[in-house]
Design a protein around this ligand. Structure first.
Ligand SMILES: Nc1ncnc2c1ncn2[C@@H]1O[C@H](COP(=O)(O)OP(=O)(O)OP(=O)(O)O)[C@@H](O)[C@H]1O
Length: 909
C-alpha cells in the first residue's frame, strides 16, 4: 500500500507532524552562527546538538532537509491530504514555528505579491514555480481534481486573519468604512460557525488565485528585531468544496491552511509595548492551542476551545473528525526556540484523529433539513418563552400550530401521495438531469476552453494595455522631444540664417578677392606672356644677330680666304717665275759649262772627263735637293704661320663676342667694358701683325740663308767659275725675289688684316649694341615682373614658376647657343684645316735649256749607268718634293673656293 493511499483509511490516526528546518540566512552566516540541527530524512529524525544539555532526538512523520524543494514538501505532505479533501474529508494544515523560521515560506511561498497583483494568469502559471508554497499548489490541485472527478462542484473560500483576538476578513471590501463584524457562532452541537465572513465562490482556479492574492496583500505584518517582515497574525485560508458525483451523491470537502504567528517568547523576540502585547497575545493563542491539544491527548472532559478564537475556529479540526497536520518550521541557529518547537510538535503528534467523510445523500439531506427545521422551531419556542410571550397567546399559537400541524399531517398524507408522484417526477427529472449533466459537461468543457481562451485573451489584453501604456508614455516623450526639437529647430534656423548670411558675406568678400586675384593673375599672365613674347623676340633677335654675324664672319672669312688665295697665287706665280728664272739661269750655266767642257775636251783625259761629269751631276743633284727642301720648308712655314694666326684670330674674336652676353646675363650689375675689350683685341692684332712681320723677315732670312747654303754647296764643288757665276746669279735672284716676296706679303697681309679687323670691329660693335639693347629690355621686363610680384604676393608662386620656366628656357637657349657656338667653332676649325691649306705647287714646265741639260746628263748617264737615280726623274720631268701634309687631313682637301661655296650650310646656326 502506498503512503498516499494508506494514510487515512484506517480508523484512528494521529496528527501528522512534519519538521522542516530552513537553511541559515545570510544574516546568520554573517554573524558566524551555526546550525544546531542534523537531519536524517530516511529515519525521519531530527538531532539537536544542544550546547547546554545532551543531544536530543525527535522523530516525526516526515523530516525534510533544509534544502528540500517546495514541490517535494507539497507532494509528500499536502497532496495526499488534498486527495482526501476531494473525497469529502475535512483537513487542517498548520504551520507552526518561531518568527522567521519559514512558516509563510512553506504556506504561501515566494508567491510574489507584486507579480500576483499585476497579472493573475502569470501568477497562476507561477504556481508551479519552484518557490510557490502550499496554498497556490493546493488551489491548483483541488480544481484539477474537481474537474476530473465531479460533474458539479462549488468552491467557496474564506480568508481570515486573527490579530489581537480580532478577526479580520481579508476578502472584505477595504473601501467599506464599517465592515461587518465577524462572529463565531456556536450551536447546540458545540459546532462553531463563522458569521459575517465573505465566502468567495470560485468557479476557476484563476478566481481562487485572485482571492489568495487579495487576502495575502491585506495580511497585516509587523516588524520585529528577529524578522524584517515578520507576520504578527494568524491567517486561516479555508476552502469549502461541495462536490456532486454522477450518482447525485453530495460530498463536502474542507481544508484549512493556517499560517500561525511566530511562536517565540516575548523577551527573546525583543518585542515591547504594543509589540509585547502582540507577542503576548500570540503566545496566548498558541498556548491555548497547545493546551487544547494537550487536553485532547489526555482525553480530558473539558477542552478549552473557547479560550481563544483560534481554537474556536479550529475546533472541528482539532476534535478528531478532521485530518490534521502540523508542519513545524525550524530556525537552525536558534537552539532554544528550535527545541521548544520540536517539543510542541512532538506533543501534538500524540493527538488522535478519526477523520470522517462528509457525504450526504438526498434523503439524508431532506432529513437533515427537517431536523434542522425542527431544531429551529424548538429554538424559536425557547426564544419566545424566554422573550415572555403570554401563554394564552402561546396556547392559541400552539393550537394554531397544532391545527397547522394537523393540516400539515393531512398535507403530509397528501405529500406522501404526492411524494410518489414527486418520486416519479424525480426519476424523470433525474433522467433529464443526466441528459442535462451530459450537456453540461460538454458545455463545461466548452466553457473551460473558452475560459482558457478568455484567460489568454485577458492576458493578451493586459499585455496590450501595458504596451499601449508604454506607447502612450513613449508618445508623450516623443511629443516632448518634438517640442524640444521644434524649439531647437527655431533657434537653430535663426542661427543657420545668421550663419548663411555670414557665409554669404564671406563668400562675397571671397568672390571679390578671387576676382581681384584673378585679375592680378590675368595681368601677370598677360605681362608674363608679353615678357615671354619679348624674351622670345629678343632671343630671335639674338639668333638673327648671330646669324647675321655668322654670315658676315663667313663673308669676311671668304674674303680673307680669297685674298689669301690671291696672295698664294701671286706667291705661286712669283715662285714659278723665280723657278723659271732659276731654271733659265741654271740652263745657261749648264750650257756655259757644256761649252767649256767641250773646249777643254782635249786637255783632259777620258777618265777625268767622266769624273768631272759625275761631279757636276752630283753637284746639281745636291743643289736641286738642297734647294727644294728649302723652298718646301718655306711653304710649310708660311702655311703653319697663316693657319695659326688666322685660327687664333677667329677664336679670339668669337670668344669675345660670346662672352659679352654671358657676362651681361650672369651679372646685371657689371657694366660691359666693350671698348676695353675691343681695344685689347686691336692691340693683340697689332702685336700679331708685328710678330708676323718679324717672323716673315725671319723666313726671308732663312730663305736667303738657304740660298747661301746652296751657294756654299756649289762652292764646295770647287768649280770656281761655275760657282761664282751661279752664286752671283742666285744671290741676285734671291735677293731680288726675296725682297719682292717680303714686300708683297707685308702689303697683302696688312691689307687683309686691316680689312678683317675693320669688318670685325663693325660687326662686333653692332652686335654688342643690339645685345645690350636686348639685355636692357630684358632687365626692364624683369624689373616690371618683380614689381608685379611685389604688389601681388598671391601670384608670386605662379609667376615665380613661370619666371623659373623662362630662366630655364633662357638657360637652355644659352646652352644651345653655346653648343651651336662650339659646333660653329669646330666647323670653323674644320674649315680652316680644310680650306687654309694652299694648293700644292704645280709641276714646273720644262724649258729648252733644261731639256738640253737633261739630255747632256742622260747621255753620260746612259753610258756610265752607275750613277743614275730614277726616283726624282719621271718621264723626263723634274718633280719637286711633295708637300708634307698630316695624314689625317690629306683625305679631304678640296680647293678653297669650291669648299667655301659648297660648305655654306656649315655656318648656319
Ligand atoms: N525552507 C526554506 N528554504 C529557504 N528559505 C527559507 C526557508 N524557509 C524560510 N526561508 C526564508 O526565511 C525567511 C523567513 O521566512 P518566513 O517569512 O516564511 O518566516 P515566518 O516563519 O513566516 O516568519 P513570521 O512568523 O514572522 O511570519 C524568508 O526570507 C524565507 O524566504
Amino acid at each position: 500500500m502506498t503512503e498516499r493511499s494508506q494514510s487515512f483509511n484506517s480508523s484512528e490516526k494521529h496528527v501528522q507532524v512534519i519538521a522542516r528546518p530552513r537553511p541559515l540566512s545570510d544574516n546568520e552566516k554573517s554573524q558566524n552562527l551555526t546550525s544546531c540541527l542534523n537531519v536524517n530524512e530516511t529515519r525521519r529524525e531530527i538531532i539537536v546538538n544542544c550546547k547546554t544539555s545532551t543531544t536530543r532526538f525527535f522523530n516525526y512523520d516526515h523530516v525534510f532537509g533544509c534544502q528540500t524543494r517546495q514541490q517535494d514538501v507539497y507532494k509528500t505532505v499536502v497532496a495526499p491530504i488534498v486527495d482526501e479533501v476531494l473525497k469529502g474529508y475535512s483537513s487542517t494544515i498548520f504551520a507552526y514555528g518561531q518568527t522567521g523560521s519559514g512558516k509563510t515560506h512553506t504556506m504561501l511561498g515566494k508567491f510574489s505579491i507584486d507579480k500576483l497583483s499585476k497579472d493573475t494568469v502569470t501568477a497562476y502559471m507561477s504556481i508551479l514555480e519552484s518557490e510557490a508554497g502550499i496554498m497556490p499548489r493546493a488551489i491548483h490541485h483541488i480544481f484539477q481534481g474537481l474537474q476530473r472527478q465531479y460533474i458539479d462542484y462549488t468552491v467557496k473560500i474564506t480568508y481570515l486573519e486573527l490579530y489581537n483576538e480580532e478577526l479580520t476578513d481579508l476578502l472584505a471590501d477595504t473601501t467599506n468604512e464599517q465592515p461587518e463584524k465577524i462572529k463565531i457562532y456556536e450551536d447546540k452541537d458545540k459546532t462553531n460557525t463563522i458569521i459575517g465572513a465573505i465566502e468567495a465562490t470560485c468557479e476557476t482556479p484563476f478566481d481562487a488565485i485572485k482571492v489568495l492574492i487579495k487576502g495575502s496583500q491585506r495580511r497585516q505584518t509587523a516588524e520585529t528585531l528577529m524578522n524584517a517582515s515578520s507576520s504578527r497574525s494568524h491567517s486561516i485560508f479555508t476552502m469549502n468544496v461541495t462536490m456532486k458525483d454522477a450518482q447525485g451523491d453530495m460530498r463536502l470537502g474542507k481544508i484549512h491552511l493556517v499560517d500561525l504567528a511566530g511562536s517565540e517568547n516575548i523577551s527573546r523576540s525583543g518585542a515591547t509595548d504594543k509589540r509585547a502585547r502582540e507577542a503576548g497575545t500570540i503566545n496566548q493563542s498558541l498556548l491555548t492551542l497547545g493546551r487544547v491539544i494537550t487536553a485532547l491527548i489526555s482525553n480530558e472532559k473539558h477542552i478549552c476551545y473557547r479560550d481563544s478564537k483560534l481554537t474556536r475556529i479550529l475546533q472541528d479540526s482539532l476534535c478528531g473528525k478532521t485530518i490534521t497536520s502540523i508542519i513545524i518550521t525550524l530556525s537552525p541557529a536558534n537552539e532554544a526556540e528550535t527545541l521548544s518547537t520540536l517539543e510542541y510538535g512532538h506533543r501534538a503528534r500524540s493527538l488522535k484523529i478519526r477523520p470522517e467523510i462528509n457525504q450526504l445523500s438526498s434523503k439524508d439531506l431532506v432529513r437533515e433539513y427537517v431536523d434542522e427545521i425542527h431544531r429551529l422551531r424548538q429554538e424559536l419556542d425557547i426564544k419566545r418563552e424566554a422573550d415572555g410571550i403570554p401563554y394564552s397567546q402561546y396556547t392559541a399559537l400552539k393550537n394554531q400550530m397544532l391545527l397547522v400541524q394537523t393540516l400539515s399531517d393531512n398535507n403530509q398524507t397528501k405529500l406522501d401521495n404526492n411524494e410518489q408522484q414527486i418520486e416519479q417526477y424525480r426519476t424523470d427529472i433525474e433522467s433529464l438531469r443526466r441528459q442535462l449533466i451530459t450537456q453540461q459537461q460538454e458545455c463545461r468543457l466548452d466553457i473551460n476552453e473558452r475560459k482558457e481562451m478568455l484567460a489568454l485573451i485577458r492576458h493578451r489584453y493586459e499585455e496590450l494595455i501595458q504596451t499601449t501604456n508604454k506607447a502612450l508614455t513613449f508618445r508623450e516623450q516623443a511629443v516632448n522631444a518634438i517640442q524640444q526639437l521644434r524649439l531647437t529647430r527655431s533657434t537653430s534656423s535663426s542661427l543657420i540664417e545668421q550663419y548663411i548670411n555670414d557665409c554669404r558675406a564671406v563668400g562675397d568678400t571671397l568672390q571679390v578677392n578671387v576676382q581681384r586675384i584673378n585679375d592680378d593673375i590675368g595681368t601677370m599672365l598677360s605681362t608674363c606672356s608679353r615678357s615671354v613674347g619679348q624674351i622670345l623676340s629678343i632671343t630671335t633677335n639674338i639668333s638673327q644677330q648671330m646669324y647675321i654675324l655668322n654670315e658676315k664672319v663667313r663673308g669676311v672669312l671668304s674674303l680673307a680666304f680669297q685674298n689669301f688665295h690671291t696672295i698664294f697665287e701671286e706667291l705661286n706665280t712669283i715662285y714659278n717665275q723665280f723657278q723659271t728664272e732659276l731654271d733659265h739661269e741654271l740652263r745657261v750655266l749648264i750650257d756655259m759649262l757644256a761649252v767649256e767642257i767641250k773646249n777643254d775636251e782635249n786637255q783632259y783625259e777620258k777618265n777625268i772627263e767622266e769624273e768631272i761629269l759625275i761631279k757636276i751631276k752630283t753637284c746639281f743633284q745636291e743643289m736641286s735637293t738642297s734647294f727644294n727642301p728649302s723652298t718646301q720648308s718655306l711653304w710649310d712655314d708660311l702655311h703653319t704661320f697663316f693657319t695659326q694666326r688666322f685660327s687664333q684670330m677667329l677664336k679670339n674674336e668669337f670668344k669675345t663676342l660670346i662672352q659679352i652676353p654671358e657676362k651681361s646675363t650672369d651679372d646685371d650689375h657689371q657694366a660691359l667694358d666693350l671698348t676695353t675689350i675691343r681695344d685689347k683685341w686691336l692691340n693683340e692684332q697689332e702685336k700679331l701683325i708685328l710678330s708676323t712681320h718679324s717672323e716673315l723677315e725671319q723666313l726671308v732670312t732663312h730663305f736667303i740663308q738657304s740660298l747661301t747654303n746652296m751657294n756654299n754647296t756649289s762652292e764646295h764643288e770647287k768649280t770656281n767659275l761655275q760657282n761664282t757665276t751661279l752664286l752671283t746669279r742666285i744671290h741676285d735672284i734671291s735677293t731680288q725675289h726675296g725682297h719682292q716676296i717680303r714686300q708683297l706679303l707685308e702689303t697683302k697681309l696688312q691689307c687683309v688684316f686691316s680689312q678683317v679687323r675693320d669688318e670685325y670691329e663693325q660687326q662686333c660693335s653692332h652686335l654688342i649694341t643690339n645685345i645690350e639693347c636686348d639685355i636692357n629690355q630684358m632687365n626692364l621686363i624683369l624689373q616690371d615682373i618683380n614689381n608685379k610680384f611685389d604688389t601681388s604676393p598671391v601670384a608670386i608662386n605662379d609667376s615665380m614658376s613661370l619666371l623659373i620656366k623662362q630662366s630655364q628656357r633662357i638657360d637652355v637657349m644659352t646652352k644651345n647657343l653655346d653648343y651651336d657656338w662650339q659646333m660653329f667653332t669646330q666647323s670653323v676649325d674644320k674649315f680652316e684645316c680644310e680650306a687654309i691649306l694652299p694648293s700644292p705647287p704645280m709641276a714646273i714646265p720644262k724649258t729648252d735649256a733644261a731639256v738640253k741639260l737633261e739630255i747632256g746628263i742622260k747621255e753620260p748617264q746612259s753610258r756610265l749607268m752607275a750613277v743614275e737615280n730614277k726616283e726624282n726623274i719621271i718621264d723626263g720631268n723634274l718633280l719637286p718634293a711633295p708637300i708634307p701634309v698630316p695624314s689625317s687631313r690629306s683625305a679631304a682637301l678640296p680647293s678653297i673656293p669650291c669648299r667655301l661655296k659648297n660648305d655654306v650650310s656649315l655656318f648656319n646656326i
